[in-house]
Design a protein. Structure first.
Length: 155
């Protein structure tokens, strides 16, 4: 029976991650993957990359990743997808950010030492939530100030 050790991610997820983010060597030792190349196709490429990243997330869940680790992985995918959708800048970002490799690293750490990663992931998730809440509060504050300024100009 060919079973994966419990402290290692499934080999199929490792291969898919490597294929998408670091399978093509470039001069100078840098590596890119098919995610960045597929992402050059407007609209469709970003959706295809997102679909493969979601498949890796589902595999990580099935492999035993904690909720906090999965949230960090989802945040990586969201960042890569949102920034990757920006023409030109996003394409360059796709080649450099490598969300799938980051996520596999998180999964490897989670499976090797679950308690240490759980604490670290929970702290980072709460930090991300705090930053998002502060960002929303700042946006609301700016919008209120802009509306107040517009009203004072009009009346």
């Amino acid at each position: 029976m060919n079973q994966q050790p419990l402290n290692r991610p499934p080999a199929s997820l490792e291969r898919l991650s490597r294929l998408m983010d670091s399978s093509i060597p470039l001069p100078g030792g840098y590596r890119i993957g098919w995610d960045g190349i597929i992402g050059l196709i407007p609209g469709v490429g970003d959706l295809a990359g997102l679909g493969i990243s979601v498949y890796i997330l589902i595999g990580a869940h099935n492999a035993g990743a904690s909720t906090a680790t999965l949230l960090r992985m989802i945040l990586n995918v969201i960042v890569e997808t949102v920034v990757g959708a920006i023409p030109l800048i996003g394409d360059i970002f796709d080649f450099a950010f490598k969300a799938n490799n980051r996520n596999m690293s998180l999964l490897r750490q989670q499976l090797a030492d679950p308690s240490a990663v759980r604490v670290q992931s929970q702290q980072r998730v709460w930090l991300a939530v705090a930053i998002m809440l502060l960002s929303v509060a700042l946006i609301v504050y700016v919008m209120v100030k802009l509306v107040a300024a517009a009203i004072s100009i009009l009346f």
